[in-house]
Every structure is written in C-alpha cells, then in structure tokens.
Write a protein that binds this ligand. Sequence first.
Ligand code: PHE
Ligand code: ZN
Ligand code: ZN
Ligand code: CA
Length: 479
Amino acid sequence: MRKSLSAAALGAALAAGALVVPGNLASATATDIAAVVSPDISVTNTKAHLDQFQSIATSNGGNRYTGRPGYKASADWVKAKLDAAGYTTTLQSFSTSAGTSYNVIAEWPFGDASHVVMAGSHLDSVSAGPGINDNGTGSAGVLETALAYAASGQTPKNRLRFGFWGAEELGLLGSKYYVNNLPAAERDKVELYLNFDMIASPNPGYFVYDDNPAGNGARDDLVTYFTSKSVQTEFIDVQGRSDHAAFRSLGIPTAGTFSGAEGTKSSAQATKWGGTAGQAFDACYHRACDTITNLNLTSLDRQIDAIGHMIWNYAQKDYGSGPPPGGTNLLLNPGFESGASNWTGTSGVVTSSTSKPARTGTWKAWLGGKGVTGTGNTGQAVAIPATVTSATLAFWVRIDTAETTTSTVYDTVKVQIVDGSTTTTLATYSNLNKNTTYTEKTFNLLAYKGKTVTVKFLGAEDSSLQTSFVIDDAAVLVP
Ligand code: PHE
Ligand code: ZN
Ligand code: ZN
Ligand code: CA
C-alpha cells in the first residue's frame, strides 16, 4: 500500500512554510511549454462566486462598500478560498475616509520570484448596490482563474500574483496603496499587470485597454485571443479609470478588458456584438440594480477564458534569467568532483555512477533511485559571515521517476537548513516535479547570517517505483 500525502498533511506542510507542489509538473520540454494553451475557466464556478458576492451584500445591507461589513466579508471570503487552494495570501489593510479597507494579495509560491505576472480586480462596490457586474465579475473571474491554476498541476516558470483591491470606487485607493508600499526592488520584478473591472455587462462590448504602450504586447495577445474565438474587440483608452493606473504610472506593462459601463452601445457595435443599440452597456452601473441578474453570462464566459489564456501563457513566458547570482561560493567541493569530500551523510549518495548524468563533470549527489523504502542525505556545514548583505543557496536539480501518478506524492527530496536543533525545510520536490532537464533553484539564506548552518538534501522513497533526485553544482553565494 502506498502512502499518499493527505490533503490535511498538505495543508499542514503549506502552513509550516514547506513548499509542496500539489500538482504534476508536466514533463514538457521548453518547446512544449511555449505552445499557446487556452484553459476553459469554469463559468459555473465563476457564477457561484458571484452568487456568493450577492449573498454577502444581501446579508450586509445590500452593498459591499468600503468601510461597511459587506466589503470585509467579501475580502475574508476571497482570502479563505485562495488559502484553501494553497496560495500564500496577505490581507493588507489601509485607511480611507470611509473606514478601513483591505487588499487581498495571493501569490502562487512557485516559479521564479524575480519575474512576477499579476492579475487584479477591485473587490469593492459603490454604496448604492451589491456591485455584481462592477466588480463582482472581475473579482470572480480572477479568483476562479487563480483557483483553476492551482488545481491544474501546472508549474509556472514565473511567479503568479493576484490582487483584489479595496476602495477602487473611492479613487483607486487600494491599488495605489499596494504599489506605493511595494519596495522598489519588488516593483521591478512585476513584468505585467492585467486588470479586470466589469466583464459581464448586460449589454456587453468587448473592449481591450489601450492606454499603456509598455503593455502593447499583452494588449495584442488579448486581441489575438478574442479574434481566435471569433469575438471582435475595440480598443479603449481607460487611462485613470481603473486599478492598472497605479502600475502603469510606475512603468509596469499593463493591459485589461472591459465590457462597458454607462456609455451607450452604437448601432455598429450592436451589429458586431449583438445586444441593443442606443442603450447603455450597463444600465445598472453604480446603481442598486447591479445585482446577480445584471449579467451577460456569454460575456462572462468569454472574458474568464481570456483571463485564463493570459495567465497560463504569461506564467510560462521567458523573461530571461538575468545575471546569475554572483559572489563567493562558501561551499567546498560544490560540484562533487572530489567525490564525497566536504559532504557528510549517507554513503554512496555522492556518486560518479554513469546511470545518471552529472550537470558538470561526472560526480553529483543522487538521492532516491532505489525504489525501496528508505532515506538518504548529504549535507555540508557553512559559516555565513555576520556582515554579508546577501546569502543565496543555489543548486541544480534533475528529477526522473518511474511513478506515473499526476497527483500523488510518493517520493520526495527536501532542501533543509539545520541550525542547531532547528531544521527548516526550504522546499520539497517530489515525483510530481519530474523534469529531466537540470534546473537551478535559489533560496535566500540571509536569515542565517552570523551562523554556522548545515545545508542538507534529504531524500525519501516509498516501497516501489523509483524517483531519482540528482543534485549538482551547489553554492552558498555571498557578495
Ligand atoms: N473603474 C470604473 C468603476 O469601477 C469602471 C470602468 C472600468 C470604467 C474601466 C471605464 C473603464 O466604476
Ligand atoms: Zn464602479
Ligand atoms: Zn469597477
Ligand atoms: Ca558535478
């Protein structure tokens, strides 16, 4: 009988800060990954999220306005959904003239943290009504896309981050607060911000933001996507009317879509999009009647699939690797070419066996690969000077497996830091992370400056079907 990682154990591992990949890494090559993929984001699930926003408003005085209980209830509910899916979430509070507001930020804790792809939507309504089209729709669509990504088993090349903004209706306050409180180094990592504000207007248009030349690539990808689905689009100069503005003003590429608000649909627009000429795209814009019946579900369905298309593809976009972390490598015999010298642990783990390729030279650390229940490890103690301004653990890993599951963790390797009697697991890779191309992983060790700690790789296999975790060219880099 195989032991599998239960949902509860997975939750506990995530809560403990361990990185457990709850899905399968497709054994895709770089070219496979570059292929354009278009997931079908569930309109049924998205509609259920909208039902939830409606019921939150109904039980909280009819709105989800900043400073009122319906807003906080919306934020808490969105955060709980994302927490349950494995996101790292933050409830960021800030004050406004109407009371405290909150942004919900959710990050998928995998992918290169130096390349962040963001999507966002404002979560607040005006005080007049429940705000289901404005902007339950954008929020439900971004939420469902985030949940679908987590469930998909995709492993992103880049970091995905989702923002649910408070107090947009008071002057884009939440997104401004978020951006203003993002350290400069973090701002530079945001490669793209996509905004979704009103995407299921009852008399819909299909507008693509055209107000930021830096975002023209994403803008054109949106147009190409809609065109491939036989949906015609128009550009709209949104400028300061929604939450991408704060990102745009920092020079971050932005794009977004919009199905129309108080403006009137022309007869030419009615010809290409259907609906009613001479009427507003959303006659209930900012009114009490912006309820669960104030929606066009065809628009919702198309728009959420566009969000999914953008997220799935930008998750894999190659933003280049940038300069490798430089500096002095504190590890001795880091490429294992002197065999097990300087490394301690299970004998035979450091090997020159020709069964598995080294990344460089012939030696490497091979954990697992036996297909019988057992563990093995290798590690090295390193003294990180108290004066360093950065300390980075870097290594390359190659994972092959005979396991065929796409959902169950059987064999693992943990990357650990042993600090006296405290062992911290920085990451856990499993049979689900199969990738026979060596990939580099990096971790910040600055928290250990002034300490002597042991960097340790600990493998564990179950009773059958081998998984091999092969590690080479390790480093603890300091400036
Ligand atoms: N931001 C506007 C609101 O929430 C809606 C809007 C979005 C208007 C995009 C124009 C373009 O009221
Ligand atoms: Zn509005
Ligand atoms: Zn809005
Ligand atoms: Ca080597």
